[in-house]
Design a binder for this molecule. Structure first.
Ligand code: GTP
Ligand code: MG
Length: 216
């Protein structure tokens, strides 16, 4: 059985629709639908991971060039909850002004959405947790956010090195037992089912209803 079929047992994705690209807080939706937001450094794999979770290859735009996502992009899943694709933080090559406006936009989003929104904090498994990731995690925590850490691009690490990479992330970010770490690959699907499990566990039971009604 392929990984995608396994994942389909966890959540049947009836629909995944692009709703809007917000460039300022005035454009954030205010319909009260729950949100799952993907946060992390530029190029860490936020848009790719979202696409993989949704099994929609080109839904969120991805690029090998950092700084691809420049707005807060909202995707409505099963007409019930949002996946929110954010710009990456710490993109060094952007000009100061660009960088500042992205930081302001991310900040505005977090202030508006937290603590209600659930956060997937992405950390590159090969690079490990950096100073920027530490700052990001501390900032998210200060809002009382519900956080799951996704160690991305795990396919780039030989299996034998994966446990140490995860341990480095847990140690550097000083994660406590309440925060789970999931190693994922948007490339080959590793950890996708497990991450869906975490996401669904943190969503209201009503949103998980399509869970049971799909068997293959
Ligand atoms: P910004 O929008 O610029 O902040 O980047 P992002 O975090 O959305 O990253 P994106 O999904 O655009 O991916 C960045 C690069 O990493 C692309 O070249 C992807 O193909 C690559 N990538 C993403 N996920 C994986 C993965 O699981 N494995 C491997 N090997 N490469 C990946
Ligand atoms: Mg992106």
């Amino acid at each position: 059985m392929g990984l995608d079929q396994t994942a389909a047992k966890i959540l049947k994705i009836v629909s995944a629709e692009f709703i809007r690209s917000a460039l300022s807080s005035r454009q954030f939706p205010r319909d009260g639908c729950p949100q799952v937001a993907f946060v992390g450094r530029s190029n860490v794999g936020k848009s790719s991971l979202m696409n993989r979770l949704l099994r929609r290859k080109g839904l969120a735009r991805t690029s090998s060039t950092p700084g691809r996502t420049r707005a807060v992009n909202y995707f409505l899943i099963n007409r019930k909850f949002y996946f929110v694709d954010l710009p990456g933080y710490g993109y060094a090559k952007a000009g100061w002004k660009d960088r500042q406006s992205w930081a302001d936009l991310i900040d505005a989003y977090l202030r508006a959405a937290l603590p209600a929104a659930q956060i997937i904090l992405l950390v590159d498994s090969k690079v490990g947790a950096t100073r920027l990731d530490e700052e990001g995690y501390e900032y998210l925590q200060s809002f009382g956010a519900t956080i799951t850490v996704a160690a991305t691009k795990i396919d780039r690490l030989p299996r034998g090195r994966r446990p140490a990479a995860l341990a480095q992330i847990r140690r550097t970010l000083q994660l406590d037992e309440t925060v789970n770490t999931v190693a994922v690959s948007a490339k080959d699907g590793d950890g996708i089912q497990e991450l869906w499990g975490e996401i669904l566990r943190n969503l209201d039971p009503g949103l998980r209803e399509s869970n049971e009604d799909h068997h293959g």
